[in-house]
Ligand binder design. Structure first.
Ligand code: TXA
Ligand code: MG
Length: 334
C-alpha cells in the first residue's frame, strides 16, 4: 500500500472510532476522533491514563479555531499565525458543543496544528479536513514518549491500535511547548510545558513573556513530577563526578549505562548525544529507551548546561530522574 493509501485508510479508521498512531514533528501521537467520546475514552484505556487528564486536539492547517475554542484572544491568533503548523499547543476556552471528554472535564481545550507532512495529510483526509484528532503521546502513561514508529509498536503490542503510520524519526524529539491563554486577563500567558518554541519566541510575537505555572495548579500531565521515565532509574550527574562514580559502581559489581554529550567514559553501555540542545532533544527519548534495554542497574545522565536553550531538555530529564535520588546510595552500599 502506498503512503497516500495508508493515510486514507488511517482517516477512515479514525472516522469509525478506532485508534491510530501517527507521526508528528515532536513525538508520535495516539489519535482518535476528538468528537467521539467513546473513541477518546479508548485512548485513556489504551494508555492506562487517568480520565481527568486532558488531551491535545490536532487540527489541519485549514482547521477552524473558532469551531473548537471560544473567546479567542488576539494573542492566540498571532501565535497561530507565527508558529502553526508547528510544535506549539495553546490552551483556550472550549467552545460550547465540544465534548468535555477531550478536556478531562475542564472548560478549556488544548489545540495544536502539527507540521509533520504525514500528520498534515492525515488531518486533511480525516472528515474532509474539518475534524480534530485528539492525541496524547503514543506511550503508556508516565513512560518515555515515542519518536519512532517502532517505539509505538513496542509500547502497544497488545492490538490496541488499528494502525501505526510510520513517518520516520520525529524531528524535534520532545513534546510541544504548551502555553495557557485561557485566563489571560487574570493570569497572563502561562508556560505549562517548555519545548522547542521558547518563552522568548512567544514574547517576541505577543509582547508578553509567559510565566511559569504556579505549583498549586498542576493541570498538565507533563507537569507531574514523575514523567517521561524509563523503567531503569535515571540519575543526573555533573561531568566532573562521572569517572569516580562509574569506577565505584563497577567495583561494586553494578552495571551503569551512560548518556553523555562531552566524551566517552568506560561504562556497561554508553551513548553520546549532541552538544547542541536541538540535536540533543532529537535523540534524547531514543537514547533513554536504548539504555533502558541494556539491563543496567542505573542510567547516569551527564547534566546538560542550564541555560535557556536547554530548558525543554532539562525539564524532561528532571522528570525522568524524579524519585531516583537514593538509587546510587543503594547500589553502592547494599
Ligand atoms: O507534542 C505534543 O504535544 C504531543 C504530540 C502527539 O502532539 N502530544 C502530547 O500529548 O504530548 P500529551 O497528552 O502526552 O500531553 C499533552 C499535555 C498534557 O500534559 C495535558 O495535561 C495538557 O497537554 N493539556 C491538554 N489539554 C489541556 C487543557 N485543556 N488544559 C491544560 N492542559 C492541557
Ligand atoms: Mg505524554
Amino acid at each position: 500500500m502506498s503512503e497516500a493509501q495508508q493515510i486514507g485508510q488511517a482517516a477512515r479508521l479514525l472516522e469509525e472510532g478506532k485508534l491510530v498512531a501517527f507521526p508528528t514533528e515532536t513525538v508520535y501521537g495516539l489519535g482518535a476522533d476528538a468528537e467521539n467520546p467513546a473513541a477518546v475514552a479508548s485512548i485513556y484505556a489504551a494508555k492506562g491514563r487517568p480520565q481527568d487528564h486532558p488531551v491535545i486536539v490536532h487540527l489541519a492547517p485549514e482547521g477552524r479555531l473558532d469551531y473548537w475554542a471560544a473567546d479567542i484572544p488576539g494573542q492566540a491568533r498571532a501565535l497561530a499565525q507565527a508558529f502553526w503548523p508547528g510544535p506549539l499547543t495553546m490552551i483556550l476556552k472550549r467552545a460550547p458543543g465540544i465534548p468535555d471528554a477531550v478536556s478531562g472535564g475542564q472548560d478549556t481545550i488544548g489545540l495544536r496544528c502539527p507540521s509533520h507532512p504525514v500528520a498534515v495529510a492525515l488531518l486533511r483526509a480525516f472528515k474532509g479536513g474539518q475534524g480534530g484528532i485528539a492525541a496524547p503521546s503514543a506511550n503508556k502513561f508516565g513512560h518515555v514518549s515515542p519518536t519512532l514508529a517502532q517505539h509505538v509498536r513496542d509500547e502497544f503490542a497488545g492490538g490496541e491500535l488499528a494502525l501505526v503510520l510510520d513517518g520516520g524519526a520525529a524531528q524535534v524529539g520532545i513534546e510541544s511547548t504548551i502555553v495557557d491563554l485561557s485566563r489571560l486577563a487574570t493570569h497572563g500567558p502561562v508556560l505549562l510545558r517548555p519545548g522547542h518554541i521558547s518563552a522568548d519566541d512567544i514574547e517576541a510575537v505577543i509582547g508578553q513573556r509567559p510565566a511559569a505555572p504556579d505549583a498549586a495548579a498542576p493541570r498538565a500531565s507533563g507537569t507531574l513530577e514523575s514523567h517521561y521515565a524509563p523503567r531503569t532509574p535515571v540519575v543526573l550527574m555533573e561531568r566532573a563526578d562521572l569517572p569516580a562514580t562509574l569506577a565505584r559502581l563497577a567495583a561494586a559489581g553494578r552495571k551503569a549505562a551512560l548518556i553523555h554529550f562531552s566524551g566517552v567514559h568506560p561504562a556497561h553501555a554508553e551513548i553520546g548525544l549532541s552538544a547542541n540542545p536541538h540535536g540533543y532533544a532529537h535523540d534524547l527519548y531514543a537514547a533513554l529507551r536504548a539504555m533502558d534495554g541494556v539491563s543496567a542497574d542505573v542510567i547516569l545522565v551527564e547534566t546538560p548546561p542550564q541555560d535557556a536553550a536547554w530548558l525543554g531538555v532539562n525539564d524532561r530529564l528532571r522528570r525522568a530522574a524524579h524519585g531516583s535520588e537514593r538509587v546510587l546510595d543503594t547500589l553502592l552500599h547494599s
